[in-house]
Design a protein around this ligand. Structure first.
Ligand SMILES: [Zn+2]
Ligand SMILES: [Zn+2]
Length: 82
């Protein structure tokens, strides 16, 4: 299993170059902002969804009018540990 052995070697090399620590990397989902655009209101903060065809703008219940919701990938931190 050469692939497995290569993985072990890679791990040992990273250990030899210093203490192994999880690295912070910018979250690719939110670009480091920790929030993503609300899908419900498309980032407007206004919920215009109306099942009867009448547009009655009201505050989006998902994002509470902010237009953004905490990133589901990094849980609002803006970075992930790798
Ligand atoms: Zn919203
Ligand atoms: Zn994120």
């Amino acid at each position: 299993m050469p692939e497995r052995r290569f993985g072990v070697n890679f791990y040992e090399r990273s250990e030899n170059s210093g203490q192994y620590q999880p690295r912070r990397e910018r979250c690719p989902t939110c670009g480091g902002r920790g929030v993503v655009r609300c899908n419900r209101c498309n980032g407007t903060g206004v919920d215009q969804y109306d099942p009867f065809g009448r547009v009655v703008p009201k505050t989006c219940p998902v994002c509470k009018g902010k237009g953004t919701v905490p990133c589901p990938n990094c849980h609002g931190k803006g970075y992930i540990l790798v």
